[in-house]
Ligand binder design. Sequence first.
Ligand code: ZN
Length: 613
Amino acid sequence: MRATRLVIFVAVLGCTALLWAQEAPTAPATPNQPQTQTQTAPSTPQADRPVADPPDPPAGEVTLTTTDHDKSKLTAQPSEALAPQASAVNFDQVVDRITARELIFLQNLRQFQPMVETYLQYMKPDKELGAVPSRDQYFLGRLELQTGRAKDVTFIKTSRFKNMWEALTSVFNLRFSDLGFATMVMPDNGGLSKANYDFQLVRREFLGDIRCLVIDVRPEDKHNGRFLGRIWVEDKDYNIVRFNGTYTGAPFMSFYLHFDSWRLNMQPGVWLPAYIYSEESELKPKVYVRAVRFKAQTRLWGYGLHTVHPQSEHTAVMVDDAQVKDQSEAGRDAVPVEAQRMWEHQAEQNVLDRLTRAGFLAEPGEVDKVLDTVVNNLEITDNLDIQPPVHCRVLLTTPMESFNVGHTIVLSRGLVDVLPDEATLAAFLAHELAHIALGHRLDTQYAFMDRMIFPDEATYRKLHFHRDGSDEKAADEKAMEILRKSPYSDKLGSVGLFLRMLELRHSELPGLVAAHLGNSPLTKDYRRFSTLEASAPALKTRDVSQLPALPLGSRIHVDPFNDRLELNKGKPVQLLSAREKMSFEVTPVFPYLTRYGGQESPAVASTGTGTKQ
Ligand SMILES: [Zn+2]
């Protein structure tokens, strides 16, 4: 039995190493051609010449194809303004179509209640790196637009701030129009028309696979909250797929943020907001305050989980069938030890299911399998034979945390994103595997169903997988034992280096380091793998070949509609200078846009993606 497993181990290990190493950063060798995100298609910017072929005939209403959404209907092209017209469309008509599409967009958006996460890093000047984070803020909520006004439901209770949008405004004295922060998911709340704006066609350009019309947009009058900037409109149905700029007419002493907002084609004919990048380099909120500098990334996901139709609420149950099969032997009652294990397993399944329904846990998929393979490698070399088998899942949120729910190891997306290599990933998995091997149990209070009934926004208050100091210490010791026997034993220097970098930055990044459900790798009185940190090589800030931690967004791409994950498959990018290391930092986002159902999935490339040696 052991021999068979070892054979599999060797084969699978190679496979993982390949998958994971593709993204791993290393020292620069020869300069690569810089990758350009956009290609300009030849065109003449001229307002009245025909710019596009007519769109396809109206498709009418398109019913959502995902499970349990039979009551919710997304409008693809119901507007008369979008009906096929003459074969040549002049720019005036194009603008009318954009206006009509944007109204449909608003109508569609109101049917969803996506998760919204904003992670913001304030920057301070740094001699060697240009700028480094000085503090941060983290917001997690759900966007609800049903009444036409944005209502955000926060998942994190803080005494200082009433909600995330008010928090932002109070910090910067910034202004948002009536819709609050949600305005950044749309250039104008229904008012993007010829009556209110001047539209100038600039050129055609590809964003990913999508050919777009690039149009500069100026408000006719500086009405409070009108959009000023550029929009990218796909030239088939005239949906806005990206807009970049700010709002105009902020009252005295107030500011609107600048933003770059992206939509993805999540359902047939339907584009929905997925990413917003915001950045300010010399914002002076008040005359007597120094200029603030920050960068922030907003991500939306979980569109497929909740619609406004109560019938479909909480019906998208997605549990791995293999994990829910009855474990009892046919024809007899479980003996006491079996019953105890089944009870624990029930608690585990309840928790995983609840976290998935709340939009916290990604759907099972290819990333889990990569993590499972690394765990398998660790188990085999340590002769661990844990039943039922250990599996991995990924939390969709940014704060770096990990925990185990019974025999399931959970790592957060933010944590996986910043890990520099497979050995560091193995170390974090080994820590959780050690908890399991040592029999650190899940609290079986979660085996009772009433404990799973709570509003999603109460998730952080209702579920806890935090371990105390003695369990953490024991898990670390066991994990070191596992790692020393593992195929990663001679690569543990990078783990120590990662922890050193974390040590250097953690006090400026409490929002990133704080765990909400599990344990953070570093707290006031506990540092994970402190022996590895002590024996790690020194940090060389200016050395481009030493990358102790990656920027956020480096590893994982999230499908914002169905919460499925895949590993980013970015090509290697040569780092030009130490300023591009950006360990633990927020970066801009450049999704590769594709049409729904196209062969290629919209893999995301942020500037940190695909850094490789
Ligand atoms: Zn732990």
